[in-house]
Write a protein that binds this ligand. Structure first.
Ligand code: SAM
Length: 272
C-alpha cells in the first residue's frame, strides 16, 4: 500500500500507531518489494515474519506459494490481519521474545521490519533458534548497522556483530528515508540481508557470546571463571590468546572455537 492507501487503511480500522510497540508502518511498495526480493524466497518455503503491523510485507508475501507465519505483539493488529482477505498468513498474537514452540527450526527465511526498541534481542533470539534459516532480511535503524557489522577492536564490536558474522554474510540492500513510514521515524533506516553460511548457531552459543561481553572493561578470562580453569587454559593455548585478552579483541571465529573447546569439553565430561 502507498501512503494514501496506508492512511485510509489505518483510518478505516481505527488504528492509531503505538509508539510503545515501535509501530512505524512502511508505506512504500517499492521498498517492500526490494525486501522480499532480497530474501530470495523459493516456492514451498516456510517464512517467518516478526511484527507484520498492517501487512506492508505480509500482503505481498501472501501472494507467493509459501507458508507464512506472522508474530504480532499487538492483538488489535493481529485481529485486523486475520480478517484481511488479502492476507493468508497464520497470525500469532504474542510477544515474539516470549514465544516458545513456534517451530523455529523449520523456517527457511525470516523477514522483519524490526521494532527498533527490541531489535538486538529479536535478532539474537532468531540467531539462536531459527537455525536452518537460509536468509534473514531486516529493516533496522541505519545507526544500528555499525553494531551489526562491526569488526574487532572497535567500540561498536559486541555480541550482535560476532553472532551476525558467525551466521554468515551481511549486506546492505538499501537505505530508507523516514518519509517511507507512517508515522515517520526521526532516523533513516536500512534494509540488511543476512545470508547463512549453512552452519547455524544455537541458543547456547548466543548465551556464551553474551556472557563473554558481560563486562567489556575486564579481561575475557574473568567472564570464563565459571568454567573449568584447565579447560579454559587449554582453549586459550589452542587459540593463541593471552590472559590479558579482552572480548573486543577476539575474532568471531575464535569465539566459536572457544565455545567448542570449553562447552563441548564440558558436555563430553558430563556424558562420561
Ligand atoms: N511490518 C510492518 C511494516 O513494515 O509496516 C510493521 C513494522 S513496525 C516497525 C514493527 C511491528 O512489530 C509493529 O507492528 C509492532 O506492533 C510489532 N512488534 C513490536 N514488538 C514486538 C514483539 N516483541 N513481538 C512481536 N511483534 C512486535
Amino acid at each position: 500500500m502507498d501512503r494514501e492507501a496506508t492512511n485510509t487503511y489505518l483510518k478505516t480500522h481505527g488504528i492509531l500507531p503505538e509508539a510503545k510497540f515501535g509501530q512505524n508502518f512502511l508505506c512504500d511498495e517499492g521498498i517492500a518489494a526490494s525486501i522480499i526480493e532480497s530474501a530470495e524466497i523459493r516456492s514451498g518455503d516456510r517464512v517467518l515474519e516478526i511484527g507484520p503491523g498492517i501487512g506492508a510485507l505480509s500482503r505481498p508475501l501472501s501472494k507467493l506459494d509459501i507458508s507464512l507465519v506472522c508474530v504480532e505483539i499487538d492483538k488489535r493488529l493481529a485481529s485486523v490481519l486475520r480478517d484481511d482477505p488479502e492476507i493468508t498468513a497464520e497470525i500469532t498474537d504474542s510477544d515474539f521474545l516470549k514465544l516458545k514452540d513456534y517451530g523455529a527450526g523449520e523456517f527457511d527465511v525470516v523477514i522483519s521490519n524490526l521494532p527498533y526498541y527490541v531489535m538486538t534481542d529479536i535478532m539474537k533470539k532468531l540467531y539462536g533458534e531459527c537455525t536452518k534459516a537460509r536468509r534473514m532480511v531486516f529493516m533496522v535503524e541505519e545507526d544500528a548497522l555499525d553494531r551489526i557489522m562491526a569488526t574487532p577492536r572497535t567500540k561498536q564490536y559486541g555480541p550482535l556483530s560476532v553472532l551476525t558474522s558467525l551466521y554468515g554474510t551481511a549486506s546492505v540492500v538499501t537505505r530508507v528515508p523516514g518519509s517511507s513510514f507512517i508515522p515517520a521515524p526521526k532516523t533513516t533506516s536500512a534494509v540488511i540481508c543476512l545470508e547463512s553460511d549453512g552452519n547455524g548457531l544455537s541458543r547456547e552459543l548466543v548465551s556464551f557470546v553474551d556472557q563473554c561481553f558481560m563486562n567489556r572493561r575486564k579481561k575475557l578470562k574473568a567472564a570464563l571463571k565459571c568454567y573449568d580453569s584447565v579447560t579454559v587454559a587449554g582453549a586459550y593455548a589452542d587459540l593463541g590468546l593471552d590472559d590479558n585478552t579482552r572480548a573486543e579483541e577476539v575474532e568471531p571465529e575464535a569465539f566459536l572455537r572457544l565455545y567448542n573447546d570449553i562447552i563441548n569439553a564440558k558436555s563430553q565430561r558430563g556424558t562420561l
